[in-house]
Ligand binder design. Structure first.
Ligand code: NAD
Length: 385
């Protein structure tokens, strides 16, 4: 613990795109315990897009090298496209900054371990932005699961899909891509936008507070509903986690409904956990007790930033480190190896809303709900999209 209670970490924001801007707003609208001393982003006219940058006289740099040539940071918050994370994390650690990197950290296990080692060698932390891993209710729930209070896990499932259309895919060159400039990207609802609830399931089954359960096997049905997207955008997946526990996950972007779920259920030997949008993480035990761990809204979404700043001050590290996403990463790679089927255009409609255009695959919501209720994949129930 540092002696100086007034120590306010110097925060560098690396990329303020669709998600990174949330850190900019949080750190400029509230006292997060540290100060933004620079932004690194290649986008033009950022000061126009975000007037607060000029108001606060925050310098904008086009590369990490140009920032570190002039200044230093205690904490770098990286929200760049996923395929840029690895070199950026290494550079920030090398320059003495702790790092909070947005999820997923990277796309291979080797890189994950290399980044974890680099953080150890630099005596800095590398934390990941899986926000549910900072949720106080989720942490209490995981402690109870680890204590054996609910018995062994038997099976878990979750439906979480979010409608995404032209604006989402056109916002950047990596959206929906399998590779970009020869680098793996694997962008999909499962890998990116709707990844949290799957990572949560693996996190809840992890052997320690820092780790997630190993994923051993994958099967599933992947489809492409939006013909302009390179990767799959509809996934019904069944993974097997260590201990032979099935994890079923249903996610997609080309749907009629803005948000479907999240709707999760985890069955243990002696209890059942349910969670959902606006619903608490609720455990019902076999002796009829109800334990309410609160909704995910109880902990602010940006708790990860406050925790990272606090750990920087204290010289400690957030729980959500580099290995928290390993199970999700393995699952992403296993899913990526499955075949992808194009949805017949006759099964899709188009929706125009708020200057955006969405592909909507007919019957997708119903298929996911029926299949998840039966712990099955849609095809196994004879449901064709
Ligand atoms: N935790 C969450 O809920 C959540 C939600 C959405 C996205 N994310 C994650 O945030 C990260 C960014 O996603 P996004 O959707 O904001 O991406 P985006 O494409 O909208 O924004 C990326 C930003 O990076 C900038 N950039 C590109 N190349 C750069 C470079 N060489 N140097 C510096 N900046 C560069 C772009 O100009 C842009 O501002 C991803 O890891 C994504 O998975 C997390």
């Amino acid at each position: 613990m540092r002696e100086n209670q007034e120590f306010r970490p110097r925060i560098l924001l690396v990329s303020v795109g669709m998600y990174g801007q949330k850190y900019l707003f949080e750190a400029t609208d509230h006292d997060v315990g540290g100060d933004v001393v620079g932004i690194v982003d290649v986008a033009d006219n950022l000061e126009k897009t975000f007037p607060v940058i000029s108001e606060r006289r925050i310098p904008v740099y086009r590369s990490l090298e140009s920032f570190f040539a002039r200044d230093r940071a205690d904490l770098a918050v990286i929200s760049s496209p996923i395929h840029l994370h690895t070199p950026m994390v290494l550079e920030c650690l090398k320059r003495g900054a702790n790092v909070l990197c947005e999820k997923p950290l990277c796309l291979t296990e080797e890189e994950t371990l290399k980044l974890a080692d680099a953080a150890k060698e630099a005596h800095r932390f590398l934390a990941l932005g899986w926000q549910l891993n900072y949720d106080r209710g989720v942490l209490a729930l995981k402690k109870d699961i680890l204590s054996g209070r609910f018995g062994k896990p038997l099976r878990l499932r979750c439906v979480h899909a979010m409608r995404r259309g032209r604006k989402y895919y056109e916002r950047s060159n990596w959206a929906g891509r399998i590779t970009l400039d020869g680098r793996e990207v694997f962008d999909s609802p499962f890998m990116n936008a709707c990844a949290h609830n799957f990572q949560l399931m693996t996190f809840l089954l992890g052997d320690t507070m820092e780790t997630a359960a190993d994923i051993l096997k994958a099967e599933g049905e992947l489809s492409r509903g939006n013909p302009d997207v390179e990767n799959y955008d509809i996934a019904a997946l069944r993974f097997t986690a260590r201990g032979d526990v099935p994890l079923l996950y249903y996610t997609a972007h080309p749907l009629q409904t803005k948000n479907l779920g999240q709707m999760g259920r985890a069955e243990f030997e002696h209890a059942t956990l349910t969670w959902g949008k606006g619903q608490p993480f609720l455990v019902h035990t076999e002796d009829d007790q109800e334990i309410d761990y609160g909704t995910d809204g109880n902990t602010p979404l940006m708790q990860k930033l406050y925790d990272a700043v606090k750990c920087t001050v204290e010289g400690t590290a957030p729980l959500c480190g580099p290995v928290a996403g390993l199970a999700h990463l393995r699952a992403v790679r296993m899913a990526q190896a499955l075949p992808v089927r194009d949805i017949d255009p006759a099964h899709a409609t188009y929706l125009e809303e708020a200057g955006d255009r969405f592909v909507c695959v007919s019957g997708l919501e119903e298929a996911f709900l029926a299949a998840s209720e039966a712990w099955a994949l849609p095809g196994e129930m004879g449901i064709a999209l």
